[in-house]
Write a protein that binds this ligand. Structure first.
Ligand code: SF4
Ligand code: FES
Length: 373
């Protein structure tokens, strides 16, 4: 595969089942049931093919990956192949014995998500009050000898609580905290009117982040994922289409990113029918937006095209219905008004109901639906 980029990361979305119902979930709006999921042997084959392709890290995600009883088998396969493994978890369902068996199988790290700093704020965002389970999971991860990485998705409902959220992560012993401003696809796009923060709110949060980052230096690493709607240029999403990583979804279809499942105008190949090398190097879906040849203007003649690759294909599709257009976040995009209009509403003094309780403009947060096993 001369000249072909090599993926270093595999996101293994082993299930869509999840005990939480987060209003910003990046899973597709249409979720797979357990009966549609790949079996253990299919996953083992996909992991071996990923290693042959050059993948070095496997991130087990979902949904909640702990739902899968064969996670240890998959982790052990990775260890045998010399792959680094990371568990991305809500913490619900993590017991001491499960953590021990995963570590024995070779698990290298875990990332625990929180939605807020209390049971009430967790309930508002995830329709679950099990904050106690998250605290227990943090302890279990640390006691199992794994580095504790934490993650919180930030938005209009919880940004004002950033100081308290960081306090919780310090108290629980996190080594690293990812402060991920919401990216608006899937469920988050459905809830955008209530999740998109105002500029004032965001500026205050940036101040908190900078102060705490300096204060915690050497104790806990803070990472700020930019809120792209407020940037003049789009993010270089995934380092460009089909450049650095691939995602295998619960039913076996393979995507260049975790959100591409939402691009309903494209057909994505499955590990049930093809090997990963063909999918990565030759499948039409992975070739479609690789490099810069596909670009329309203004990207085609723009000096930034090798820096941001025209932005995010999933965002272009979500906002315009065409994955091949310039990301509307870009100030040069002919569709930029789609982002600007949302920002104007978020900064309109009349914008109400940021807490989703129905007492403002009548809108309510839409929760990711429960999934059926
Ligand atoms: Fe990036 Fe395209 Fe905008 Fe240029 S025009 S900054 S390449 S998105
Ligand atoms: Fe899919 Fe950006 S999230 S390309």
């Amino acid at each position: 595969m001369t000249g072909m980029p090599q993926p270093f990361g595999l996101l293994a979305e082993v299930t869509h089942q999840c005990p939480l119902h987060c209003v910003y979930c990046s899973n597709p709006v249409e979720l797979f049931e357990r009966s549609a999921e790949l079996g253990t042997d299919d996953w083992l084959r996909a992991i071996r093919q990923a290693a042959e392709l050059g993948v070095l890290q496997v991130h087990f995600s979902g949904g909640e990956p702990l739902v899968r009883g064969d996670l240890e088998t998959l982790v052990a396969e990775c260890r045998g192949l010399g792959l680094y493994t990371n568990l991305i978890t809500s913490g619900l369902g993590l017991t001491e014995s499960r953590a021990e068996s995963l570590v024995s199988a070779g698990l290298n790290s875990a990332q625990l998500s929180i939605q807020g700093d209390t049971a009430e704020s967790t309930n508002l965002v995830a329709a679950s009050k099990r904050f106690d389970k998250k605290e227990a999971a943090a302890r279990i991860i640390r006691d199992a000898g794994l580095p504790l990485n934490m993650n919180v998705v930030l938005h209009r409902v919880n940004l004002d609580r950033l100081d308290a959220i960081i306090d919780v992560c310090v108290e629980w012993g996190a080594e690293r905290l990812e402060l991920a401003n919401t990216q608006y696809y899937g469920w988050a796009l459905r809830n955008r009117e209530l999740l998109l923060p105002s500029k004032t709110q965001l500026d205050e949060a940036v101040g908190v982040y900078e102060r705490r980052k300096a204060e915690l230096e050497g104790r806990m690493e803070l990472l700020w994922i930019l809120p792209d709607y407020y940037e003049p240029y789009p993010k270089p999403c995934m380092g460009g289409w089909a450049q650095t990583a691939l995602t295998v979804s619960p039913d076996g279809r393979v995507y260049p990113c975790p959100v591409a499942e939402e691009i309903t105008t494209m057909e994505f190949p499955s590990v049930r029918d093809h090997d990963l090398e063909w999918i990565w190097a030759e499948s039409p879906a992975f070739q479609a937006y690789r490099g810069t040849d596909w670009m329309p203007d203004p990207c085609r003649s723009c000096s930034r095209k090798e820096l941001d690759f025209g932005g995010c294909r999933c965002q272009a599709f979500a906002l315009t219905g065409d994955a091949g257009r310039t990301d509307p976040v870009c100030i040069h995009s002919p569709d930029h008004h789609l982002v600007q209009d949302a920002l104007d509403r978020a900064n309109d003094g009349a914008h109400g109901d940021a807490h989703g309780d129905g007492d403002g403009d009548g809108e309510q947060l839409v929760y990711r639906r429960p999934t059926v096993s």
